[in-house]
Design a protein around this ligand. Sequence first.
Ligand SMILES: Nc1ncnc2c1ncn2[C@@H]1O[C@H](COP(=O)(O)OP(=O)(O)OP(=O)(O)O)[C@@H](O)[C@H]1O
Ligand SMILES: [Mg+2]
Length: 381
Amino acid sequence: MAQSDRKANRDREKAQASEAKEEAQTTARSGKLAAAEDDEFLYVGIDLGTSRSSIAASNGIRSVIPSVVGWPKDSIARKLLKTSVLVGKDAEENRLCLDMIHPLEHGVLRGSGDDSDEGKAALERSLAAAREILMHLVKEVKPLSGQTIYGVIGAPAQASVKNKKALIKVAEGILDAVIVVSEPFSVAYGMDRLQDTLVVDIGAGTTDLCRMYGAFPTDEDQLTLTAGGDTIDELLYQSLVERKTQAQFNLNMVRKAKEQFGFVDEAQKEIKVAFPVDGIPQEIDITEEMRAACSSIVPEILESIQLMLRSFDPEFQHRIRQNVLLAGGGSQLEGLEDVIERGLTRLGGGKVTRVDEPVFAGAGGALKLAHDLPADTWKPL
Ligand SMILES: Nc1ncnc2c1ncn2[C@@H]1O[C@H](COP(=O)(O)OP(=O)(O)OP(=O)(O)O)[C@@H](O)[C@H]1O
Ligand SMILES: [Mg+2]
């Protein structure tokens, strides 16, 4: 993308954010549950993801953090850090002296479905970590003291089915009322694409597909693939290791390179990264490895789109195929819309678009849902 385009994009995003803020504040005032007092209620939409979690609140504040929590490894670490727990970026920056945990893994709470003692202990820990993340996010949007907080949590599709009760419990004492929905659903809701749409949410741990046809999607309308951002990173890392260069790198550096240069289709220019060789940064060309790793998720996504189409009412299949909506961090891979749309031509054709704001689409949609839900839908905590 040219620099001028990027600037225009940034300006547009700023304008959209300020419009969203105004809209959120107006809607907050007219919200069904908001009574006479403006400050009595705060609505929040939360996207609880494997790699990052975000929040959007009716007071216009938004925030995004890495989904990671760290507890000091020992008494020295506790003394040094002067805290018993760190969340998000702070945890990442001090990870050497912390026990780190990402509460979500492969689309569910880590440890869930494992009845062994180890599994139970892991689940306890991930619940505690999810709670820390939720508390941190809510603090970020600065609720006023005494404000009643209504929250919609969008979680990976599988977690919203398998861990729904646990996630509701996690929110106890942090939110006053909560609803847990699947993240692709909140994305579609936020984009007003509730009908005839197939959402493909490409996250870190999983890619979730969800069919929308005007009602709450059921389990059959959702499909979860293990291919996602993490599988790209691992493949890219592995293929660079196999090249046996002298360069030193780790998975984190490879992920950053993907987020900056990731593409499928034709490369616009050579992709070069600076990795250290004997302590001195040296440029290496990783264009082909990048193309192969990023493209690796495409066949499985196409197969799953076909599966979702094939198992849908034949009379309406043509409508859904014209509305494939890519979401999630992974949807930012350059050229992905075109490649999937081209792949669809072999399957009867279709149209593919991408959400405007991959980072906040889930949280924004959850916030919109929070405003629109009738009072009797809420579960008080
Ligand atoms: N610019 C980018 N280009 C390509 N991939 C990106 C980009 N930015 C982020 N990603 C990737 O997107 C993934 C994270 O996406 P997202 O934040 O939607 O996931 P998540 O919601 O935390 O995960 P999940 O939905 O699996 O729970 C990571 O693999 C990350 O590396
Ligand atoms: Mg996600």
